[in-house]
Design a protein around this ligand. Structure first.
Ligand SMILES: Nc1nc2c(ncn2[C@@H]2O[C@H](COP(=O)(O)OP(=O)(O)OP(=O)(O)O)[C@@H](O)[C@H]2O)c(=O)[nH]1
Length: 616
């Protein structure tokens, strides 16, 4: 059971026994400091010098750095010499905190034996702390509580210890006090990883079985697969088989994740790393699949991951119809790196050919759109998002509809059902009134309350999913001044009174803007959408009427008055370069618009209609 690693220095190759490997993840509520702690661990183990260091080392995507959030989990092997004088390989898998990305977390955890559960010393245990703890427990992992941000003046270590004891059921005395920002307690964290997280189990002598937990497409090298070896050994030159599709490839390179990929002679049981095998057929690689050796295959694949259940659906269309094929290829490559995205073909009268996609939430939808545009140069239109409804029809059949285009003829609907969730909200007691008001406005029912620790209240309440996915979290943050936290699970479908709300622009129905809504809220939604569209659609040379209609009856309207937009009017004096620049800018703006009938609708309008006013 030896693992040969070229990790510890450029020319230095050292044998690492499996007992000296630790696979761990950092989990926490959003913003409690996972990425900062990961940075410190990387720095402390001498992986980067002062000069190369930058914040959020593992957040490699531009979007992650700009937004300050982790979207993708990332892996790195840290060399660490522990107090016992032994050399260890610590494989860190960094994970995202937002509820929309919990699927990434659960996949990362399947490759670990333990976690650091980070809790902010001033905010204490939050809904996502609990949700992540449960995920770690489901995977039977060792859990090390870490109280971070102890440098903050508002830090209350005793309060957090009490919460760790009462709300998490963990031993508060084992909690490590730390400030990732100031570099306090980092050594203690590393020692605890070595002492408390068990080494991986597995057998180097058995047939190879390795679990794919991530992948991405590199235009030069093909698919780069991230995996954890459970049994056996994998070397460059081996013929491997991806068990799901029975696809066989010759391995060109295996290696470890350091700040860059580092080739290694082999990867054996217990280790985490990557392989490159000139894979150009993207569909052969599936996250959750098992890799084995073609010559000596494992008897059965590893259990893999739970199916993802998308909760929000929206269609993606290329702005220019000829880009459909390019979008199809981009989606296939993109999906490699985001297993939570699901999609099928779709078409719309207004927008042409495209794809119907399922997302884990609105943030996920946002990120997919932005990554497709940035990383794959796509120019996209996204339709109004919707949840999935169910209908019992008069002929006895059932229909599950997530695309308002396919809303059944109302005379054929016997019963309609909408998805419900059970939400857990943790808030300071003083916001109770405001939060309950919000929940009741959103048709919340069956609330129960508990008091996990002094001054805090946990509300469990059932709500229609459609009332929650769009802007509930933002509203909760607003009414609790940032102190409220929230987590949810889908529970069931319940009978409801639904209607289809159509939007007409200059009397022409725009199918991509239709939504399915709760009947009693149809007018409110109609007014809201008409108002939002009025803000989003630029004035044109003629008057534009926007109307909301249910079953042919107009329930709301707004009008955009005519306007002749001559952007060069300001350029008196005849500065031709300036004039050209302005026209160029206007052209760029148009690229993000879609002609619907004779109206230009900007890309942002389709999604904007459901966002809360507070976001603007
Ligand atoms: N004062 C103080 N601030 C900290 C500490 N650790 C992290 N922060 C700050 O807290 C904020 C969030 O930190 P991140 O490391 O990005 O949090 P995260 O948990 O990785 O966030 P997500 O990846 O988006 O879930 C940043 O502004 C950090 O600078 C700490 O020990 N002390």
């Amino acid at each position: 059971m030896y693992q040969i690693l070229g990790v510890f220095g450029l020319f230095f190759t050292q044998l690492i026994h499996m007992p000296n490997i630790r696979n761990f993840s950092i989990i926490a509520h959003i913003d409690h400091g996972k990425s900062t702690l990961a940075d410190r661990l990387i720095q402390h183990t001498g992986m980067v010098g002062e000069r190369e260091f930058r914040d959020q080392l593992l957040d490699t995507m531009d979007i992650e750095r700009e937004r300050g959030i982790t979207i993708k989990s990332n892996t790195i092997t840290l060399p660490y010499k522990a107090k016992d004088g032994e050399q260890y390989a610590l494989n860190l898998i960094d994970t995202p905190g937002h509820v929309d990305f919990s699927y990434e977390v659960s996949r990362a955890l399947a490759s670990c034996e333990g976690v650091l559960l980070v809790v902010d010393a001033s905010q204490g245990v939050q809904a996502q702390t609990l949700a992540n703890l449960y995920l770690a427990m489901e995977h039977d992992l060792a859990i090390i509580p870490v109280i971070n941000k102890i440098d903050l003046p508002s830090a209350d270590v005793n309060m957090v210890k009490e919460q760790i004891d009462q709300e998490l059921g963990l031993d508060p005395e084992l909690a490590i006090l730390c400030s990732a920002k100031e570099g306090i307690g980092i050594e203690a964290v590393l020692d605890a990883i070595v002492a408390q997280i068990p080494p991986p189990q597995g057998d180097r002598g058995r047939p190879l079985s390795a679990l794919i937990f991530d992948a991405y497409y590199d235009p030069y090298r093909g698919v780069i697969v991230s995996f954890r070896v459970f049994d056996g050994v994998l070397k460059a030159g081996d013929l491997v088989r991806f068990m799901f599709h029975n696809a066989v490839y010759k391995v060109e390179e295996v290696g470890l994740f350091r700040l860059q990929r580092q080739p290694s002679p082999e990867l054996a049981a217990g280790m985490v790393g990557y392989l490159i095998a000139g894979i150009k057929t993207v569909a052969d690689t599936r996250v959750g699949d098992t890799i084995t050796l073609d010559a000596n295959p494992a008897a059965a694949p590893l259990p893999g991951f739970k199916e993802v259940k998308p909760v929000v659906f929206s269609s993606l269309y290329p702005v220019a119809s000829d880009d459909y094929q390019s979008l199809a290829e981009a989606l296939e490559k993109y999906k490699l790196n985001d297993a939570a995205l699901v999609y099928t073909k779709d078409s719309s009268a207004a927008l042409g050919q495209g794809f119907r996609c399922g997302f884990l939430g609105l943030l996920h939808l946002d990120i997919v759109q932005e990554r497709l545009e940035r990383e794959y140069n796509q120019s996209l239109i996204m339709t109004t998002p919707s949840v999935r409804y169910k209908f019992q029809l008069t002929d006895g059949s059932e229909a599950a509809i997530d695309n308002p285009q396919f809303y059944p003829d109302p005379v054929r609907i016997q019963k309609a059902f909408e998805p419900f969730i059970r939400a857990a909200l943790i808030i300071p007691e003083r916001y109770m009134g405001a939060v309950m008001k919000l929940c009741l406005e959103r048709r919340g029912v069956n609330s129960t309350f508990s008091y996990p620790s002094p001054g805090r209240i946990e509300i469990t309440i059932e709500l229609p999913l459609a009332e929650v996915v769009f802007d509930f979290y933002d509203r909760l943050k607003t009414v609790t001044q940032g102190y409220g936290s929230f987590d949810y699970e889908l529970i069931d479908y319940r009978e409801s009174d639904l209607v289809k709300l159509d939007i007409l622009v200059n009397s022409e129905k725009v199918d991509a803007l239709s939504t399915i809504v709760f009947k009693d809220k149809a007018r409110e939604w109609g007014v809201r959408i008409c108002d939002r569209l009025k803000e989003e659609i630029p004035r044109q040379q003629f008057k534009i009427a926007i109307q909301g209609a249910v079953g042919g009856k107009i329930i709301s309207r707004s009008t955009i008055s005519a306007f002749r937009k001559d952007v060069t009017a300001k350029c008196y004096g005849g500065d031709i370069t300036r004039k050209r620049k302005l026209l160029e800018k206007q052209k760029k703006g148009k690229k993000r618009m879609k002609m619907v009938g004779n109206i230009m609708i900007p890309q942002s309008a389709f999604v904007a209609v459901l966002r809360s006013e507070t976001e603007d």
